[in-house]
Design a protein around this ligand. Structure first.
Ligand SMILES: Cc1ncc(COP(=O)(O)O)c(C=O)c1O
Ligand SMILES: N[C@@H](CCCC[NH3+])C(=O)O
Length: 427
């Protein structure tokens, strides 16, 4: 049998392969973590990559007054959010509980934006009390914010989320800035919103916001949106609003899931493309990166239960599944998969989990070394929209999350247990 190293395609530190063919995260062998852990599967994060990603945004925004508002929805692990807060990040939230995470992490509320098309009244009361920025998404949302601000007896600093009708050229499920989207207000209604805001002393209009979608690979799309937003800023100013402070251009930058060396724009490419518009706006720029901040900081690591051939197809069956990582099943999303240790001959496999659904796959038609039972398998770029979308389907507990920092690693959130799931019953 041929013994091959794990196929980490385009290994980019901190994830790499050592001379013995074991996958590493920073200075730690992933297999060693797997051997020491009582539970599998798990998420393993690199602190170094997280810090580098934040610094890439910081560097890109140099010279522009700006706020980096990390989109907590991408990964809400408190320890990850705390690291970002310590680096100077603010946050973007879509629920009261995400706001609670930001508060727990000690985030600066003046750098925090509460966004969303369905904020409840209770959530708005909490947001006004916290003093974060709040996006207006619709007529009813505006009325709810007014009521909440009056009840709390505090001014709400609001931004209007505008739907610029720009096509981000991404999967329809992650496209948000097109005319048919449920998010934001349309151009034709802007006047009504401005009139209504003028009538209410409890509202201070401090900015405008747009967000086009996620996994965007063409930065010119942001340029179109920035131009449109400049138009809105001028319209708003000409209506007598002199309180505008922020232009929020949202998040949405894609990452290199394929790992084939394709040029995916970096934060600097994004900001440089729209720098003239940002400068012309003369406002503090808010960016809301989720995926491009945390996507490549993690691998989802599982263990092989067995390998089988059915008809002409080979399957690797692992203890990781769509319950812990649903992106491939939900969007047909591609994430690179490799072994965390040396394997055998190179074959083509579908990589599937134990969940009772044919949609339960992590990857299809993957050519890679043949594992043995117990081999470790890593799905790369699993830091964004992976753990956060995990479920208990088939009574699978949510996995542990581990943070690697140089030579050290620690569990930053333990795995759920059967008892955790049982603890929610009335008796
Ligand atoms: C309003 C808003 N801001 C920021 C984000 C983060 O997007 P991404 O993870 O693509 O950077 C999202 C998610 O798409 C969003 O809806
Ligand atoms: N859940 C999506 C991203 C949603 C972006 C939030 N609006 C994904 O995994 O790619």
């Amino acid at each position: 049998m041929v013994v091959a190293a794990p196929a980490v395609r385009n290994p980019t530190p901190p994830f790499s392969t050592d001379e013995d063919g074991y996958m590493t995260c920073e200075n730690v062998r992933i297999r060693d973590i797997q051997n020491d852990m009582d539970t599998s599967p798990m998420y393993i994060y690199s602190k170094e990559q997280l810090v580098n990603n934040y610094k890439a945004y910081e560097e890109a925004l140099k010279g522009l007054p700006s706020i980096i508002g990390y989109a907590i929805k991408a990964n809400n692990n408190l320890r990850i959010v705390e690291i970002l807060k310590d680096l100077g990040s603010g946050a973007v939230l879509v629920s009261g509980n995400e706001l609670r995470v930001a508060v727990k992490a000690g985030m600066d509320m003046t750098k925090t934006v509460f966004n969303g098309n369905g904020k409840t009244y209770q959530e708005l009361l909490y947001a006004v009390k916290c003093g974060c920025l709040i996006n207006i998404d619709s007529e009813f949302d505006l009325e709810h914010i007014v009521d909440a601000a009056k009840e709390v007896k505090k001014t709400a600093n609001v931004l209007i989320r505008i739907n610029p009708n720009v096509d981000p050229e991404v999967h329809p499920y992650v496209s948000t800035g097109l005319a048919g989207s449920k998010f934001g207000i349309r151009n034709s209604h802007l006047k009504w919103f401005l009139e209504r805001i003028k009538e209410e002393d409890v509202l201070s209009l401090v900015g405008v916001h747009c967000h086009l979608g996620s996994t965007i690979k063409k930065v010119d799309i942001f340029k179109d949106a920035a131009e449109i937003m400049l138009g809105f800023i001028n319209d708003i100013r000409s209506e007598g609003f002199d309180t505008l402070k922020y232009l929020n251009i949202g998040g949405g930058l894609g990452i290199d899931y394929e790992r084939i060396g394709e040029h995916i724009p970096r934060p600097i490419d994004l900001i440089n493309t729209i720098r003239p518009q940002l400068t012309e706006a003369g406002l503090t720029i808010i960016v809301e990166p989720g995926r491009s901040m945390v996507g490549n900081i993690a691998v989802f690591v599982s263990e092989v239960i067995g390998v089988k051939t059915s008809g002409s197809k080979n399957f690797i069956v692992t203890d990781g599944s769509m319950a812990e990582l649903i992106r491939p099943s939900l969007y047909d999303a591609y994430q690179f998969i490799c072994l965390t240790q040396p394997g055998g001959s190179i074959e083509t496999f579908d990589i599937v989990g134990p969940v009772c659904e044919s949609a339960d796959f992590l990857g299809k038609n993957r050519t890679m070394p043949t594992p043995v039972e117990g081999s470790g398998l890593a799905v790369m770029d699993a830091g964004a929209y992976c753990y956060v979308m995990a479920s208990n389907y088939n009574m699978k507990p949510r996995p542990a999350e581990i943070l690697v920092d140089g030579d050290e690693w620690r569990i930053i959130r333990r795995a759920e247990t059967f008892d955790d799931m049982m603890s929610l019953y009335d008796r």
